[in-house]
Design a protein around this ligand. Structure first.
Ligand code: SF4
Ligand code: SF4
Length: 383
């Protein structure tokens, strides 16, 4: 596929993708296609994809509806949960509005309790996610995935065949490979593109519904970036920062902007929307599709797992691969699991990898920008 546009324009398009998809999802509904709204990386998207449904991410990242949410929910709650609930309550999110079924998982306590209230606005289905990656956990999640498939079949009155699941697995793997192909260009030193531009493509691609086209676009962007790099277009050398922690995007993306504005280069995102949701493929050779899905998805190293060795494994691998000079962890306010884990992550990064680490706690408001700016500037100066 030929990319007619220049890279800055392409990055801009992806940054606007979520908004641009509001109309696309309306058209999907008008065409009679089902829409499944999801909240978390643990959801095996291959199942709704296998029945031809569009999958839309409902995690909200703006503080627009937080005040409405706080009328019902505690103030001392993660902004992602408050914002998501607020958009549902006020009916301001078109993706929520057009979703025929909302699916959540029992991840952190705040989120799973919030799903109970979401059920008052829309049909909600909750998958029971084990919090440990052992043999029993994999077996339990395998059964949960089958239960989810049966729920989809009953709710939408369709049959989901094993063959269609295999096709969806293959396509999702191809998408993961294309995303990885692009973000792995950030192993280069000097960098071929800004971390913020990369993030907009990673995030924006989750709101594209034509997966074949998305894969082709991602490959074309990669080619274009490689070509420009070969022609000598790259960024000036700067301290290489790896981002980890709670999901970012929207209001919390200010941290990435502040790093770049203060002369840092964001090289990789370990959190959801970055490598956490993309790095591992589903085993296409495994005869039992449900086992293959359970293993791949339960392996995700989110802090709701206890213990959580896979997060440290991926983080260590990425520190090396992306030649990180430092790690900055973004923790959303009141996200207890990631916040408690900062203690272990700090030790891991500083003692085992010998590079500096800083954790910042933030929400979707702009109230802390000045303070964050001071801390980030001081941290980068030290590198
Ligand atoms: S951080 Fe954990 S709970 Fe949140 S979306 Fe990612 S996997 Fe799900
Ligand atoms: S950021 Fe933390 S508290 Fe918020 S939904 Fe995700 S895991 Fe839960």
């Amino acid at each position: 596929m030929e990319l007619i546009k220049d890279l800055p324009e392409v990055f801009e398009d992806f940054a606007e993708q979520r908004k641009n998809s509001f109309l696309a999802v309306k058209k999907i509904k008008e065409a009679g296609k089902p829409v499944v709204g999801v909240f978390c990386t643990y959801l095996p998207q291959e199942l709704p994809a296998a029945m031809g449904a569009a999958v839309v991410g409902l995690c909200s990242t703006s503080d627009e509806t937080v005040a409405d949410a706080e009328k019902d929910l505690p103030r001392n709650l993660c902004p992602l949960i408050k914002s998501s609930y607020g958009f549902a309550k006020t009916d301001k999110c078109p993706f929520f509005y057009f979703s025929d079924l909302i699916v959540g998982e029992t991840t952190c306590d705040g989120k799973k309790k919030m799903y109970e209230y979401l059920g008052e606005f829309k049909p909600v289905y909750v998958m029971q996610l084990p919090n440990t990656q052992n043999e029993d956990g994999y077996e339990m999640y395998r059964k949960e995935i089958i239960r989810f498939k049966e729920k989809l079949e009953e709710h939408f009155q369709v049959e989901i065949t094993e063959e269609s699941i295999r096709e969806a697995i293959h396509q999702k793997n191809e998408e993961r490979k294309a995303l990885k192909g692009l973000y792995q260009l950030m192993r280069l030193d000097p960098l071929p593109m800004k971390g913020s531009d990369l993030f907009h493509v990673l995030y924006g691609s989750t709101f594209k519904f034509d997966k074949e086209q998305t894969i082709a676009e991602l490959k074309a962007i990669k080619q274009k970036v490689e070509k420009e790099y070969a022609e000598g277009k790259y960024l000036e050398k700067a301290p290489r920062i790896l981002i980890t922690g709670s999901p970012i995007g929207g209001g919390a993306f200010k941290v990435v902007n502040l790093i770049e504005e203060n002369g840092g280069a964001v090289v990789a995102f370990e959190n959801c929307t970055g490598a956490k949701s993309t790095e591992e493929l589903v085993d296409e050779e495994e005869p039992d599709v449900y086992k293959a899905l359970a293993e791949r998805y339960l392996n995700i190293g989110c802090s709701c797992m206890s213990p959580n060795p896979n997060r440290f494994e991926l983080l260590g691998k990425m520190i090396e691969e992306y030649k990180a000079d430092a790690v900055i962890e973004v923790v959303l306010t009141a996200c207890h699991t990631y916040n408690v884990e900062t203690f272990g992550v700090k030790r891991f990064v500083t003692e085992q990898h010998g590079i500096p680490y800083m954790a910042v706690e933030t929400d979707y408001s702009n109230g802390d920008v000045g303070q964050l700016n001071t801390r980030i500037a001081a941290f980068l100066e030290m590198l």
